[in-house]
Design a protein around this ligand. Structure first.
Ligand code: AMP
Ligand code: GLY
Length: 427
């Protein structure tokens, strides 16, 4: 049975969580990660290949008899890694280049939603700097300015004032801080409500919706301060009732999978819908689509999957997802991100991290690495988001308090974390 070599591409907390889950599979003979991180190195063999170096990844996969490749980040997907692997007859989980544009271009995603009646915020698209500037100068309420292309999670500015919107347009279209990703902008209405992330695995015919998760994007407690890659997450999101979950599938996931097929770019892989549930009634609106697992949402989700994930990802890659299912742990989980002081702006690296070992044998607690590296046999910080401490619990309150208790063991110079992850779910 143990005859499958698996390759995971990426080096963040999301990829560590996927590796942690996949390493337990009875089907897996050997697990490789490229490039991986020190946490992944404990459960897999890390190979030093950059996720954007697709030719070297392909060469490695062929030489190492990789039977399944799983792509963590979006950039290799938009560059066409799936097409190249499939051309060589290799199984790989993720959308091809044509389908990955759903995350690669916000203009594409918004126009597709509009065309196919998928609920989203009203918007305008601009490829002309002066036209965009004139539009925001005339704005009378809060608006959101979005760079069209990939911008490492930093291309969106929620603007409460006209000045903020003018600055955002200038940064994206005049100063070109995101390069070509800023050739176009989407400017949309601000919508208030509760955010929730819904992810589904699909082969373009069958949709397997995962349990819900809630991210915490802002750096400070109470969702204050600038947005980050995500400061913590929990699963499930209690706001999403069974009825709402059904509505999300019906209004968002199913129409999008159909829309992609109709547009000639059938979607296979992980479809991530970032949603805003409006107040007072939970009216669903899509903020964004991503084409890969969310980070940090994947950390609490992996903690809750009881069955083997490998057959599911294999089935999706082979276009036979109708044969697959996932068994979930009914217990909730909470994941708290530990960041370097200063993140999401400038921060220092190279600080020694202590205490991870003390949590190794704790039941239901896992420490996922993201920005870490080993120097002189010591684990040191190597990024803005450094670790995510994840715990299951009898209920969300228990999971939260166990995650925060575990966090007390971890220490490094300048460690910062929000203290209110999952509080919303409890109140
Ligand atoms: P996006 O990458 O498009 O999901 O945007 C990043 C973050 O910006 C989202 O997670 C929201 O917190 C916020 N955001 C995006 N669009 C809107 C909107 N139309 N109204 C309010 N907040 C938004
Ligand atoms: N947690 C947000 C994202 O993965 O895009």
């Amino acid at each position: 049975m143990k005859n499958l070599n698996v390759l995971i591409i990426g080096s963040g907390g999301r990829e560590h969580a996927l590796a942690w889950k996949i390493a337990k599979s009875p089907m897996v003979k050997k697990l490789f990660c490229a490039p991986g991180n020190p946490g992944m190195a404990e459960i897999a063999e890390c190979v030093n290949i950059d996720p954007l170096d697709i030719d070297s990844l392909l060469e490695f996969a062929k030489n190492s008899q990789i039977g399944l490749t799983i792509v963590g980040p979006e950039d290799p997907l938009t560059l066409g890694i799936v097409d190249k692997f499939q051309d060589e007859g290799l199984l790989i989980f993720g959308p091809n280049k044509k389908a990955a544009i759903l995350e690669g271009s916000k203009v594409f995603a918004k126009n597709l939603m509009k065309k196919h009646g998928i609920p989203t915020a009203d918007y305008m698209e601009f490829d002309d700097y002066n036209a965009a500037l004139n539009y925001v100068k005339a704005a009378t309420s809060a608006i959101v300015v979005k760079a069209d292309g990939l911008a490492k999670g930093k291309g969106v500015t929620v603007c409460q004032t006209r000045e903020e919107a003018i600055d955002a347009v200038n940064l994206i279209m005049k100063d070109k801080v995101f390069g070509e990703a800023g050739n176009k902008v989407v400017i949309e209405e601000f919508i208030d409500g509760t955010e929730v992330s819904v992810m589904a695995i699909t082969d373009g015919k069958t949709i397997l919706t995962l349990e819900t998760a809630q991210d915490h994007k802002a750096i400070y407690n109470g969702d204050k301060g600038p947005n980050t890659g995500g400061m913590g997450a929990y699963s499930p999101a209690p706001d999403v009732t069974e009825k709402l979950s059904y509505d999300i599938e019906k209004q968002v996931l199913v129409p999008m999978v159909h829309a992609m097929k109709k547009e000639g770019c059938p979607f296979n892989g992980l479809l991530y819908a970032g949603l805003m549930l409006g107040k007072p009634d939970p009216k669903i609106k899509v903020l964004e689509f991503n084409v890969r697992f969310g980070d940090p949402e994947t950390q609490p989700l992996m903690a809750r999957i009881k069955s083997d994930l490998v057959p599911v990802l294999l089935a999706a890659s082979k276009n036979e997802l109708d044969k697959a299912c996932i068994e979930w742990d009914s217990r909730p989980s909470v994941s708290v991100v530990v960041a370097s002081n200063g993140y999401p702006d400038k921060y220092e690296t190279g600080k020694e991290i202590t205490g991870i070992d003390k949590l190794k044998d704790s039941e239901d607690i896992t420490v996922f690495h993201s920005g870490t590296k080993i120097i002189n046999d010591k684990i040191v910080t190597n990024g803005g988001r450094v670790l995510s401490v994840t715990s299951l619990g009898d209920d969300i309150k228990d999971a939260k308090s166990r995650a925060y208790n575990a966090l007390k063991e971890i220490s490094f110079d300048g460690a910062y974390w929000r203290t209110d992850i999952a509080s919303k779910a409890i109140s």
